[in-house]
Ligand binder design. Sequence first.
Ligand SMILES: CC(C)(COP(=O)(O)OP(=O)(O)OC[C@H]1O[C@@H](n2cnc3c(N)ncnc32)[C@H](O)[C@@H]1OP(=O)(O)O)[C@@H](O)C(=O)NCCC(=O)NCCS
Length: 217
Amino acid sequence: MAAAYQAHLTAVIDQPCQIGAGTRIWHFCHVCADAVLGENCNLGQNVMIASGVRIGRNVKIQNNVSVYGGTTIEDDVFLGPSCVLTNVSNPRSQVVRRDIYESTHIRRGATIGANATITCGVTLGRYCFIAAGAVVTRDVPDYAMVVGLPGRPRGWVSRHGHPLRHPVAGIYTCPESKLRYRELEPGVLRCLDLDEEAPLPPSLAIGSRPYRDFHSS
Ligand SMILES: CC(C)(COP(=O)(O)OP(=O)(O)OC[C@H]1O[C@@H](n2cnc3c(N)ncnc32)[C@H](O)[C@@H]1OP(=O)(O)O)[C@@H](O)C(=O)NCCC(=O)NCCS
């Protein structure tokens, strides 16, 4: 039976592994044995998925990303080009730590920007946004934007990837989707109109205008 996923001829896919229907795997990728990829994922050029890694549905991984053992990626995550994940805090070539990889958990809808680095042992919250080039060393709350080196939270970001600014009576409104958000307690933001685990309605799933259109001062 033909595979329900597509893989370029140059991709190496070790068996056994699970790859969901509709997933596309581009040039020079390597999916190791015992990896699990959900449906409708996209692996760009030169992506490596290590043995035992679990990846959900609709996960988009851009060119030149290695997803090392110990990483769990939930649905709808975006990994930007050449971002770096890690699995040993204190690597030494002389000391074998193959059986004690540290975990990294990337929760639903999170984005990691181009060239960002995630040190291991952290959880990136739902819909958080790691800016390009940031170095993340701590857990990141849902909807938090993290910028810089070391990465520090810089406000909230919507499910559509817009910084949330200028709350009115405590309510932030995403300029693109118009979904509303409120900080329930310090450090905890929730969407008032759509449960964090609910899929995005199709009408909200296609971008309308470029980022700068919403943020020109
Ligand atoms: C973080 C990001 C969304 C911009 O956020 P923003 O709040 O709109 O930022 P602004 O452009 O208004 O800039 C605000 C300040 O942050 C700085 N800044 C913006 N992005 C930054 C980043 N990635 N790292 C460090 N500083 C950054 C700006 O230089 C500016 O500084 P200034 O006030 O001293 O001039 C964007 O820069 C980013 O990193 N996007 C990810 C792009 C990406 O990786 N895409 C991958 C798919 S191709």
